[in-house]
Design a binder for this molecule. Structure first.
Ligand SMILES: [Zn+2]
Length: 230
């Protein structure tokens, strides 16, 4: 038989239940507060980590610019392995073979290693779709710009037609890569040259012939450089 509780005992029990309910409500409130605070912390941390993301590391460069390393085999015709000691300029070339891709041009440079086709290469080739192939590490010279191989980085870009005009995607990547390299080596747009500025009349055909278009390209590089410095 159930024990009969006295009035006093009932009151005590009701008080106990009230305390338990209060304690549970308090625990719930603390839990909710914790979730909210952790959520806020996460948001704040994300904000800061985005700001702290380095913009100049090699890793970031490869990710942002979509660069694939596809280095040539060391050989005296296209990758002599000589040290690139100081960089005083960036030289822009076109690949000349209309419609050819970056990989095809890279493989062409590689095929020269046997010695049957002269000496030619560059550090970077910007593809028709804006992706980039790197043929030679930046610590070594390329075979692109005559005497200036010793102190310049060479970029060649692909183009769909014989007029040598880059696609919009190629043009954009060319601007970004050039600006990035200028920033890395402390160069201004005056250090960005066409192969034709070094005496090779027809390279890069479109920009060698169209002074206005070349000036526009340099202005775009300059604008991007200014943004990077902010
Ligand atoms: Zn050239």
């Amino acid at each position: 038989m159930a024990k009969v509780l006295s009035k006093e005992e009932w009151r005590r029990r009701r008080r106990l239940y009230a305390y338990i309910k209060l304690a549970l409500a308090a625990v719930l409130a603390i839990l909710i507060l914790l979730v909210v605070v952790l959520g806020l912390l996460k948001i704040v941390r994300n904000l800061f980590s985005r700001e702290q993301t380095p913009t100049t590391s090699t890793l970031t460069m490869k990710q942002e610019l979509n660069i694939t390393e596809y280095f040539l085999t060391k050989n005296i015709y296209s990758r002599p392995g000589n040290e690139l000691k100081s960089v005083k300029g960036i030289v822009i070339h076109y690949v000349a073979d209309a419609g050819s891709t970056a990989a095809e041009n890279r493989n062409y440079y590689e095929s020269l290693k046997g010695g049957e086709g002269g000496a030619e290469s560059c550090h970077f080739i910007v593809d028709l779709d804006g992706t980039i192939v790197q043929c030679i590490p930046l610590s070594e010279v390329a075979c692109a710009s005559g005497e200036r191989n010793e102190d310049t980085i060479a970029i060649a870009f692909c183009h769909p037609k014989i007029d040598g005009i880059p696609t919009a995607a190629t043009y954009q990547s060319l601007i970004e890569l050039t600006a990035y390299l200028c920033e890395q080596y402390g160069l201004g747009k005056d250090a960005v040259l066409r192969h034709s500025d070094l005496g090779e009349q027809s390279c890069p055909k479109y920009y060698a012939e169209q002074e206005g278009k070349w000036a526009a390209f340099l202005a775009e590089v300059d604008t991007m450089l200014a943004q990077k410095k902010k």
